[in-house]
Design a protein around this ligand. Structure first.
Ligand code: ADP
Ligand code: ZN
Ligand code: ZN
Length: 750
């Protein structure tokens, strides 16, 4: 037996492994993740086993053996390597990709430096220097010296920017022993930027939990302190106090000296949320987000490993925070599609969190107002412990009144505007009452595509099989790859000048709102207005300070924000997402509508929701209007059963990518044929194969995309098929210029 050993896990060269043989006496201890001592060149090193194999990759005589396997307690690196192996096995990827996913990699990161300048010369020397500089007309030097005389210490920025003194001048004075330059290094503090916005509203007493909340806290804490580590799902309506429950459980876990990872979708990682944790736990909390640089993120994982923090809040990748004694993992908004990685390994954070909890004896807490069908089904079957929170926590805050407007009837009555009569009327009432309104459009720039009214030609991205969207200033943008073009004056296909944007994007709606309600102050939030690092926070806090009456936006505005003054939510076209061609379409639609509706009436005032739709009879829309998750689940699970979709049947999707259409086609055909052979060799005649077919998005970023789908009731059968196909791809010449990606139980269409 041989082991692949990685020697330096922080180097970033994780694919650089060395093969060692495993002596008989160590056979049982030499598992993936085990820390080992190995002879390396002329010295000894510590490494980790990342893979095992029967075959030698080099001449057997040149392979050295592992000297010892470390036994004392499981170190964090071992756990992470085991976790990488779990991800590799269950979601499909190379071990290298899996290691890169789980290990915080240092990449020549320099810590932040804070430079300042301090006066060291005494007064007489300084005065001499000042008069000398003055005589010779060295104005900058004179400015700096005079300022130093008064202040004694200056920041580097003040000296070089405000006083406009060159670095060379500072250096001359340093050499002349007039001043010294002090350099302090420190961690980049990601909280600093966020907390600037809070303006000192710290330290408030936690709420006294209500009966329902307390029951959950007591059960979880009691299991936990008895060493009974489980997975729990809190199904609690929006505003029912789930976060308050998390906080109270975290408190107990931290008090016992263990650490907590709290995953929340990046979009909900706002200063409101972070502030709530900061108030409770102070600087023992840190955050991760995708806008932080690699260096900033590395700093935070280092702080976690050294025990300088207890709680890490962040999106999916925060899952891999290297806490030494992790006790609890929380996934808030468990249904969020962003918990599934879009890049290989296409793992789901829920499953990986549960796997990590298993490695370090921790509990897992899932929470959502609209749990994923997969998670709720597991809870219903007893695999997770299910809790329900059915009321809003704030006294007097009730679930909003919802009305559904049939847009077909509006049209029949001659109303062609995007606002139904009922919605316009209600907007007017709220504006008069000085209350706030949110208007939600199901998708950014949806139907903002540009087409020719004479011949029907649609402007598509040259790299992707996707229509481009019109933005301000006649710019066409591909939302898939970012390609930008000027909108042509005439149709490139027939020359007609009737080429125009169709339908309604958020920009267009903002314009229409301003036109229909000229007195209203309007803010818009979508991917375009939030591209800058801080703008997302700026829009949200401006709205919560009541600097606007109406917030228009996409998905972004419906997720997890708490605006007590919002009393009306308008959903402009509820069914846009119903028409997506994948099995999750109804689930996504229900979730968006229920979450959007949940934004209304979160303070003391009663809230109202207007859902505009072309399909008022669809069960996803009906149950969302009733805020009836169980009703939705009951209908949806029947549909999944009938059509054979997760969670009843598992799906493994194969995405085959190549720059050459024909290469992608033949690779897909080879994989399908190989799979057929695997089925007959293993008597697996009940695996369903669909395809190969071109993906719905048949080309993106200049790569052609083909799909093959496999369906089976047993996940492990699909894993076995994946392992077989991975081996086949590795040893077959035909896959040189083809990239094959696996996706288990995909959460969207391809
Ligand atoms: P969720 O996470 O389920 O949306 P939150 O925990 O954010 O709910 O609570 C919603 C609102 O109710 C917040 O303003 C919170 O401060 C308040 N709240 C939560 N629990 C209580 C409680 N026990 N008593 C009073 N107010 C509460
Ligand atoms: Zn045309
Ligand atoms: Zn494109």
């Amino acid at each position: 037996m041989y082991a692949d050993v990685i020697v330096d896990i922080s180097s970033g060269q994780l694919d650089k492994t060395y093969q060692y043989s495993i002596p008989e006496r160590l056979a049982s201890q030499a598992v993936v993740g085990a820390p080992v001592h190995i002879p390396f060149g002329k010295s000894w090193r510590k490494g980790y086993i990342v893979g095992l194999s029967e075959e030698a990759k080099i001449e057997v005589s040149r392979i050295r053996s592992i000297a010892a396997v470390e036994k004392e307690g499981k170190v964090i690196a071992s756990q992470m390597i085991e976790l990488a192996a779990f991800i590799r096995e269950n979601f499909g990827a190379t071990m290298n990709d899996a290691l890169h996913t789980v290990l915080p990699v240092k990449r020549a990161v320099r810590p932040v430096e804070k430079k300042s300048i301090r006066l060291i010369a005494d007064d007489t020397v300084l005065d001499d220097a000042i008069s000398a500089a003055s005589k010779r007309g060295y104005a900058a030097k004179e400015r700096l010296l005079c300022e130093l005389k008064e202040k004694k210490v200056l920041s580097w920025n003040t000296a070089t920017k405000e006083l406009n003194v060159s670095a060379a001048t500072v250096r001359t004075l340093e050499k002349g022993k007039i001043l010294e330059v002090i350099t302090e290094t420190g961690y980049r503090d990601p909280m600093a930027g966020l907390l600037k916005l809070s303006k000192g509203e710290l330290a408030v007493e936690p709420h006294v939990l209500n009966e329902e909340q307390k029951a959950i806290r007591d059960r979880v804490v009691s299991d936990w302190s008895h060493g009974d580590y489980k997975t729990y799902l809190i199904h609690g309506v929006t505003g029912s106090g789930k976060t308050e429950v998390y906080l109270s459980i975290i408190e107990e876990v931290v008090r016992a000296g263990r650490q907590v990872i709290m995953l929340i979708p990046e979009i909900a990682l706002t200063y409101q949320t972070v502030l709530r944790f900061y108030r409770r736990f102070g600087s023992r909390v840190s955050i991760l987000n995708s806008k932080m640089s690699q260096g900033e993120r590395y700093d935070q994982s280092l702080r976690a490993e050294r025990g300088e923090i207890d709680i890490m809040i962040g999106p999916r990748s925060a899952l891999f925070t290297p806490f030494q004694n992790l006790g609890l993992l929380i996934l808030d908004e468990e249904h969020e599609a962003s918990y599934k990685s879009e890049m290989p390994p296409k793992y789901h954070a829920r499953e990986v969190a549960i796997a990590r909890a298993g490695l370090c004896n921790a509990s897992v807490l899932l929470g959502s107002a609209t749990p994923s069908v997969i998670a709720y089904n597991k809870a219903a079957e007893g695999e997770y412990v299910l809790f329900e929170l059915n009321r809003r926590a704030v006294t007097g805050a009730k679930l909003p009144k919802v009305s559904v407007v049939d847009l077909r009837q509006e049209l029949a009555f001659g109303n062609r505007s995007i606002f139904s009569g009922e919605l316009s009327e209600k907007i007017r009432q709220r504006l008069a009452a000085k209350e706030q309104i949110m208007l939600f459009l199901n998708r950014r720039g949806y139907a903002g595509f540009v087409s020719c009214r004479s011949c029907g030609h649609v402007m598509k991205c040259p790299h992707c099989d996707i229509s481009m969207t019109e933005h301000e200033g006649g710019l066409l943008v591909c939302h898939y790859c970012g390609e930008r073009q000027k909108k042509p004056e005439t149709c490139p296909s027939c020359g007609s000048k009737y080429i125009a944007a169709f339908g309604t994007g958020t920009q267009k709606i903002e314009e229409l709102v301003r036109r229909s309600f000229p007195s209203a102050r309007v803010l818009r939030m979508d991917a375009d207005t939030t591209r800058k690092k801080e703008s997302y926070e700026e829009i949200l806090s401006a709205f919560s300070r009541k600097e606007a009456d109406i917030l228009v936006g996409t998905q972004m505005i419906v997720k997890g924000h708490d605006f007590p003054e919002v009393t009306l939510v308008g959903i402009l076209a509820a069914d846009l997402s119903l028409n997506a061609a994948d099995y999750c379409a109804a689930e996504r639609t229900f979730e968006l509508l229920a979450q959007a509706a949940g934004r209304a009436g979160r303070g003391g005032k009663e809230g109202e929701v207007v859902i505009q739709t072309y399909q008022p009879e669809h069960y996803a829309i009906k149950t969302a209007a009733e805020q009836n998750y169980k009703g939705f689940f009951a209908r949806e699970i029947v549909y999944r059963k009938a059509l054979g979709y997760p969670p009843i049947i598992h799906v493994m999707a194969l995405l085959i990518l190549s720059a050459k259409d024909s290469a992608a086609d033949s690779a897909a055909a080879l994989l399908a044929a190989a799979a057929e052979r695997f089925f007959s060799d293993n008597e697996l005649l009940d695996v369903v194969m669909v395809g190969p077919v071109p993906a719905a998005l048949s080309k993106a970023n200049d790569l052609f995309r083909k799909m093959v789908y496999f369906k089976h009731g047993n996940y492990n059968v699909l894993v076995a098929l994946k392992n077989f196909l991975e081996g086949y791809i590795l040893y077959s010449e035909q896959f040189r210029n083809v990239n094959v990606q696996f996706d288990f139980n995909p959460m969207g269409g391809y």
